[in-house]
Design a protein around this ligand. Structure first.
Ligand code: T3D
Length: 260
């Protein structure tokens, strides 16, 4: 079985992490397949939203630790794995000019938790949980964790999550503003798919621009952000979808966006 399942329907590319016996922990093949799928999503105009989820009872347990040989005396350089796999994945998810919905179906641990946080809209099953498990094995939160966490939940909670490595329930994650919404387990995939299909019918170009603006804001002054908004609005205003949106509003009908 492939370690990533890929399906496409109604403008949505669904990517399912598929190593359920390891709670969908990452190995090199999984990184490679996920990379190819996200590149396809970027290049194919028919794909207007990506939905990421996991097979089985977990979402993703981060790096597959059974692949790490820590028995010898030779120094271990994890920067190679981070630099060649995890960092490019986070950059690709953030830069993808289409919305990425993450349906966290179960435990999301280590890099698995932070990959979820790198997505644009995070939904979680009520039974799911988030664990910054890195400190339990002597590591530092990676895959953007030290950037996302303090921005999403503040430094005190980020520090608690990182130092203690305790499970945070999906409900608590929602209350803390770490994720968008918690859903009953049986509702997660139907609602995540419906949401992804709605987004796939939306103004894709506008979504890409708003994603760029929000992702840039954490590093910008208000002055710089106002200038960026002006420039992105120039682009959005030149899109077919803007014309369609305003026309549909005036004609009191639903807009039919083409994504450009
Ligand atoms: O190395 C590099 O490239 C650097 C990059 C690092 C990025 C990282 O992600 S580092 C963090 C790695 N991940 C972890 O430390 C999480 C390890 N897993 C856990 O702490 C727990 O499994 C969970 C909290 C995620 C879930 O706990 P629980 O009790 O629900 O499940 P379990 O019984 O622990 O796990 C079920 C099976 O999945 C089990 O296999 P078994 O005994 O039934 O054959 C377990 O070994 C396996 N599993 C879970 N996580 C991993 C894993 N196998 C390999 N790698 C894992 N990360």
């Amino acid at each position: 079985m492939a370690s990533i399942l890929v399906s496409q329907d109604a403008g949505v590319l669904t990517l399912t992490l598929n190593r359920p016996e390891k709670l969908n922990a990452f190995n090199p093949e999984m990184h490679q397949l996920l990379r190819g799928a996200i590149e396809r999503a970027a290049d194919d105009a028919a794909i207007r939203c990506v939905l990421l989820t996991g097979a089985g009872r977990g979402f993703c347990a981060g790096q597959d630790l059974s692949e790490r040989d820590v028995g010898g005396a030779a120094p271990i350089d994890l920067s190679v794995s981070i630099g060649s796999h995890y960092n490019p994945l986070i950059r690709r998810l953030r830069a993808l000019p289409k919305p990425v919905v993450c349906a966290v179906n179960g435990v999301a641990a280590g890099a698995g938790a932070n990959i979820a946080l790198a997505c644009d809209l995070v939904l979680a099953a009520r039974s799911a949980s988030f664990v910054q498990s890195f400190s339990k094995i002597g590591l530092v939160p990676d895959s953007g964790g030290t950037w996302f966490l303090p921005r999403l939940v503040g430094k005190a909670r980020a520090m608690g999550l990182a130092l203690l490595g305790e499970k945070l329930s999906a409900e608590e994650a929602e209350r803390w503003g770490l994720i968008w919404k918690v859903l009953d387990d049986g509702e997660l995939m139907p609602q995540a798919s419906a949401l992804a299909q709605d987004l796939a019918r939306g103004p894709t170009k506008g979504y890409a621009l708003l994603k760029k603006a929000l992702n840039a804001s954490a590093g910008n002054s208000l002055e710089a952000q106002l200038d960026l908004e002006r420039d992105l609005q120039r682009e959005a205003g030149a899109s077919d979808d803007y014309r369609e949106g305003v026309t549909a509003f005036k004609e009191k009908r639903r807009p039919e966006f083409k994504g450009r």
